[in-house]
Design a protein around this ligand. Structure first.
Ligand code: MIG
Length: 826
């Protein structure tokens, strides 16, 4: 077919057509700005804009139509101190510049357009020449150039592909509005949480943008026009932060310097969790616990969903189903189980019910514009006996957060270990909006506003209340909170799970981009319902899900009301063995998992990691959403197709080692591997260190376990291992142990260095096993210069020496905490 030239021109014009929404007023001509502390301030009859440098690599742009900014207040940002920006401004006639050590921000005055470049002048982020920044009534929005080579990630908890440019050239558009979306699918948007942060990767170079606005907001990634990325909100300020890399991990570090990081979780929360809607009565829960121990399937945590409550009423107990919670929880604890209970944000409107009474006394509830307490139907209105509407704490009021946080006291006295905050979008049985009316009133930390502004932070502020309450009630413990709804910065208070997925293979696959996207958005403590929530998993689907779930930071099986049992042993004896094996792997890897979660708490960089974070220069990683890294060194290629006998996967450049066989695979290519139901493909990066222990039934059994350090070949490599008591806050005062492990290989001989111990924590007496991958067995091994003896297979535990086993040279010694060196020679 021959295309007519004018048709091509027409098509090209249609493709680049400017956003035609007539309502938008783009910012026009501004007079020269005035200098401010760290930046520039602009003003004309359309509005005010400020551009400020926060540290050398972060620039804040703030615009509001009208004549003055509102209060400078943020629920998301906890720190604006990113070091000295070294900022200088130059005010010209047509253009002004704000320069930092790393960036050069050029602002054209007429019409007003911002362009951010490196100090060397390479433009990174530029307003669209035509639209720039605009407003329409209260709406605010900015259009930015999107280049063909740009990949866009993040936006928190989003369905669809990892790369938000979408399935093809069609682009994608996302809204931020926390929504209870039972059995959502890949096209549902929005779902439960809002994180208005994205990252652009362009030829391996990354930068990010965070829109700090809690109203309903929008992100258009090349959908309206392939050349444009635009974002904005229905009200409030267009208040955004440009965050430079150039490394994508650096972007996350800086974003989480602004919005805070996940606190170190208690180690038990990284064990296996078993949940369903709902385990009751008490005898059922005890049977569940006993079955785990009898069948030797490791587990740490059992969950109580809404049937432990009296008429679904938050903060009560159903004493018919659970007559003596304290006794029950104490006895479960003796078996090594902790219990997490669900607590929703909808106390029942009922005289005599303490949370309602004390809430009224504290003026704690969300109100209608006429000043009356708002009532809505949620679970308590479905109670079999005495159904009633609910009222809703206004978590945007600091005194309400304190009050609600204190209400957990009774649960903690019973021995509840953690709290699960559900329904906090907030969900209200009021269709079609399924939430509160927009005109409801909130305190908004002293500047009253309506629900439109608080909706997206309601869930996060609830988790803040919970987290801070637990911290006050148990000052020595690390709180564990799980939430369904949250906002940017919510990582400071809770783990998150993406709600009500479906027992379907497409949902298993979808968990990778959703969870990885959360990690890219500063939220590292994530996990989806293993097995799927709605409907029923087949045996095969459940096993495959559990195997991937080993690498979810939060590993929990959960299913809805009325489905068959979804426990590791629910699918017959052979599946029980396979499922046990998956959970055992999680427990073997716990030292590694804990180490990676500690790192995430310090840098914000997630353990469940999209490949491009480690390989930003490799375009083959940009759209990968069916494999994942765990930390730096483990590549996980889960089996995501029914009855698969093989799977294709991509190994980035370098050598990789099969986790199961030790076989070497050259990377920089796709490979096909055979798969069996027993395991999933895992590869270790060349030079990788994997920290393992023996199988335990729960984290309480870790003391005395050997520490097994698996070392994979590279000329030179190193890793750090962090350990501590697993609970409590002593680690902040030096109760931790951090050591560096390093290898150097010359020819076939390997020198391993274990660095000096940092911190005062010392694990209970145990063995250290250094397991060095090698093509040939060791024949000579020296520890700190002393020749070691070869160990016989039946040598007593605790003996010092070496042996060779299945492709590994293994040195065993009682762990010691001075620096030392081991050399192994084949
Ligand atoms: O309307 O508490 O997503 O995990 O089991 C359902 C019952 C309310 C929704 C949660 C789900 C939980 C369920 N909850």
């Amino acid at each position: 077919m021959r295309w007519h030239r004018s048709l091509l021109v027409f098509l090209a014009a249609a493709f680049v057509a400017a956003p035609a929404d007539a309502g938008w007023n783009s910012l026009g001509d501004f007079p020269a700005p005035s200098p401010t502390a760290g930046g520039l301030a602009f003003r004309n009859e359309q509005g005010v804009v400020s551009v400020t440098a926060l540290g050398s690599s972060v620039v804040r742009v703030r615009f509001v139509p009208g004549q003055a900014f509102g209060r400078d207040h943020s629920y998301a940002i906890v720190n604006r101190d990113l070091g000295d920006a070294g900022a200088s401004v130059e005010i010209g006639g047509k253009e002004s510049t704000l320069a930092t050590r790393a960036l050069r921000v050029s602002i054209q005055h007429a019409p007003f357009r911002v362009s951010i470049a490196t100090a060397a002048g390479e433009v990174i982020d530029a307003d669209d020449a035509e639209m720039g920044t605009a407003f329409a009534g209260h709406r605010v929005r900015v259009w930015k150039e999107l280049r063909p080579e740009d990949h866009v990630y993040g936006l928190g908890e989003k369905t669809g592909r990892l790369d938000k440019r979408g399935w093809g050239l069609g682009g994608s558009a996302y809204a931020m509005w926390n929504t209870d979306t039972y059995a959502y699918d890949a096209s549902t948007d929005p779902i439960y949480a809002s994180i208005p942060f994205y990252m652009v990767l362009r030829g391996g170079r990354a930068h990010g943008i965070f829109l700090d606005n809690t109203f309903r907001s929008f992100f258009d990634i090349g959908k309206e026009s392939q050349q444009l990325l635009s974002f904005g909100a229905e009200d409030g300020e267009l208040d955004y932060y440009f965050i430079d890399g150039p490394d994508p991990k650096t972007v996350i570090e800086r974003y989480t310097t602004l919005t805070g990081r996940m606190p170190l979780p208690p180690r038990w929360a990284l064990g296996y969790h078993q949940s369903r809607y709902s385990y009751f009565p008490e005898s059922r829960l005890r049977l569940l616990a006993d079955t785990f121990r009898e069948k030797r399937v490791p587990a740490d945590v059992l969950w109580l969903d809404i049937h432990y409550l009296d008429g679904y009423t938050p903060l009560t107990w159903n004493h018919e189903r659970f007559p003596d919670p304290k006794k029950l929880l104490t006895e479960l604890r003796a078996e090594g189980f902790r219990v997490v209970t669900i607590v929703d944000p909808h106390p029942k409107k009922e005289r005599g019910y303490a949370p309602y009474e004390s809430g009224l006394a504290n003026d704690a509830f969300v109100k209608s514009p006429d000043g009356s307490v708002y009532e809505g139907n949620v679970w308590p209105s479905n109670a079999e006996k005495n159904p009633r509407p609910s009222v809703f704490p206004d978590f945007s009021k600091p005194s309400v957060r304190d009050w609600w946080g204190g209400l957990y006291k009774e649960y903690l006295d019973y021995g509840v270990a953690g709290i699960w905050n559900d329904m906090n979008e907030p969900a209200v049985f009021r269709e079609p909006a399924h939430t509160m009316p927009p005109e409801l009133r909130h305190d908004n930390e002293g500047q009253p506003t309506d629900h439109r502004e608080i909706h997206n932070v309601y869930g996060m502020l609830m988790t803040r209340s919970t987290f801070e309450g637990l911290s006050r009630l148990r000052p020595q413990a690390r709180p564990f909170v799980l939430t369904r709804a949250s906002f940017a910065g919510g990582q400071r208070y809770s783990a998150i799970w993406p709600g009500d997925n479906v027992s379907d293979w497409s949902h298993l696959r979808a968990t990778i981009p959703i969870l990885a996207g959360l990690g890219l958005s500063g939220f590292p403590f994530v996990g989806s319902d293993i097995g799927g929530f709605a409907e029923t998993a087949t045996a095969e689907l459940y096993t495959r899900w559990l195997q991937l779930g080993v690498f979810y930071p939060f590993m929990r099986s959960h299913t809805t009301l009325g489905t068959p049992d979804q426990e590791p042993w629910s699918y017959g004896a052979s599946r029980e063995a396979t499922n046990r094996h998956a959970i055992e792997l999680r427990y073997e890897l716990l030292p590694h998992v804990y180490n990676e979660m500690k790192a995430a708490s310090e840098t914000g960089v997630p353990a469940f990691r999209a490949l491009f974070l480690e390989f930003p220069q490799d375009p083959a990683t940009y759209a990968l959403d069916d494999e994942i890294l765990f930390g730096r060194d483990l590549l996980i290629a889960p089996v995501l197709r029914e009855e698969a006998t093989e799977r294709e996967l991509y190994l980035p450049a370098g050598d990789w080692y099969d986790f199961w066989t030790g076989a070497k695979q050259a990377g920089g290519r796709k490979i096909k591997v055979r798969v069996e139901i027993e395991t999933l493909p895992i590869f270790v990066r060349s030079g990788g260190f994997v920290f393992r222990q023996g199988v335990v039934q729960h984290t309480g059994e870790m003391a005395g376990q050997p520490l097994r350090v698996f070392v994979y070949p590279a000329a030179k490599s190193q890793a750090t291992l962090y350990e501590d008591e697993g609970e409590g806050l002593g680690y902040r005062d030096g109760q931790f142990l951090r050591r560096r492990f390093a290898q150097t290989r010359t020819g076939e001989s390997v020198s391993l260095e274990v660095g000096p111990a940092e911190g005062r924590f010392r694990p209970a007496a145990r063995n250290l096993e250094l397991r060095v991958r090698s093509e040939r067995p060791a024949s000579q091994v020296a520890l700190a210069g002393q020749k070691l003896a070869a160990l016989a297979a039946d040598s007593p535990a605790g003996a010092t020496g070496y042996r060779n086993e299945a492709g590994f040279m293994i040195v065993t010694l009682p762990d010691r905490y001075d620096a030392f060196q081991v050399t192994l020679t084949p």
